[in-house]
Design a protein. Structure first.
Length: 352
């Protein structure tokens, strides 16, 4: 079959293009991820200005949107020569050469940035996408399990008293709502510092970089999807020691997402992460949510063990693939230990 003739044009951020782009994105995994135009616009309106982003729309001969692509840098692991590439083709138009044309176009477009590393994410149940990436020279660097918790079957009884024991040891478990009210001038910087300290130790393929504070506040803390009463923070002698966040999904109103759960190094091994997650899950259950979704590096056995003990079930993993174009730069800015693939069935799950 001949490749479908397409017209590739830059994304102009019109209302019609937002609608079309969101609809195509949602068609990729209709049973798993549903985004909204409002969420996309919020992200664009609060993007870190130093971050390069370019997005493209592929139209068929009759004007139908058949594919989309993007390339950009990360504010959490920023390097001007490291970019993430995303190519999506509507399921109705696959195997027509659309993905190849989009990839070739965006690959040529980012050449002006002299990339040292290009990354793509592929779910491990998408055999065609895996072949597409590997055929173009991408190699696997890391995997992340997606994990889901059905709150209808969630039973915290095995952990009764665990959060209370942490509090009895002198560690306060508070919500973002509470700490904002108590420290209206200083809470933001304190939260920023503990978030970065925790994020720096999350296994990744690249070293963590702190985002700009003002951008971080507007993009994340002021996000309409953040749940302040479900955003749990551990406080020790006035210092924020750990966090566990909950996020809404506007497209899935009965689902919440666990974002970052992490504890400063000096406060680990004291049950704080488990206590924070227990409080966050209590909030989700009592407020009528049906499911919690999260992601964990497959080598992060400590957090995986906690999640599996709580009842989370592994879903297909996301594979981080990379095309290394300048090994010296890529290796110098890589995370020291991105983690290795671990079958969840082999992880020792603590009970109680």
């Amino acid at each position: 079959m001949k490749p479908l003739p397409i017209s590739i044009r830059p994304f102009e951020q019109t209302d019609a293009e937002y609608e079309a782009r969101t609809a195509l994105s949602n068609a990729m995994y209709p049973d798993d991820y549903i985004d909204t135009v409002a969420e996309a616009k919020h992200e664009d309106a609060h993007r870190d200005p130093k971050i390069h982003i370019e997005r493209w729309m592929a139209y068929g001969p009759d004007g139908t949107l058949v594919g989309i692509s993007s390339a950009g840098q990360s504010s959490w692991s920023y390097h001007p020569r490291k970019l993430y590439i995303d190519v999506n083709v509507h399921p109705d138009w696959r195997r027509r050469g659309v993905g190849t044309q989009l990839f070739d176009h965006i690959r040529a477009s980012v050449e002006r940035l002299d990339p040292a590393k290009l990354s793509v994410g592929v779910r491990d149940d998408q055999a065609d996408a895996i072949r597409f990436a590997e055929h173009r020279g991408f190699s696997e660097l890391m995997r992340e399990w997606e994990n889901h918790l059905d709150l209808a079957t969630y039973d915290p009884s095995a952990f009764a008293g665990k959060a209370e024991a942490v509090e009895a040891s002198g560690i306060r478990l508070a919500t973002l709502t509470e700490l904002r009210a108590e420290d209206p001038d200083g809470w933001g910087r304190r939260l920023f510092e503990v978030s970065n300290a925790a994020a720096a130790d999350i296994p990744s393929t690249d070293k963590h970089t702190d985002p700009d504070f003002d951008v971080w506040i507007k993009r994340f803390v002021d996000s309409p999807n953040l749940v302040p009463d479900g955003f749990m923070i551990a406080v020790v002698d006035g210092e924020m020691a750990g966090i566990s966040t909950l996020w809404l999904s506007q497209g899935e109103p009965d689902v919440v997402y666990t974002g970052l759960t992490g504890v400063r190094r000096e406060y680990r091994r004291r049950g704080i992460a488990l206590a924070l997650k227990l409080r966050a899950l209590d909030y989700a259950r009592t407020n009528g949510f049906k499911k919690v979704k999260t992601w964990n590096n497959t080598g992060n056995q400590g957090m995986l063990a906690i999640n599996y003990a709580l009842g989370f079930k592994p879903q297909p993993a996301w594979i981080d693939y990379a095309l290394i174009l300048d090994p010296a730069v890529a290796e110098a800015t890589a995370w020291e230990n991105p983690g290795t693939f671990v079958d969840p069935a082999t992880i020792a799950v603590p009970v109680g």
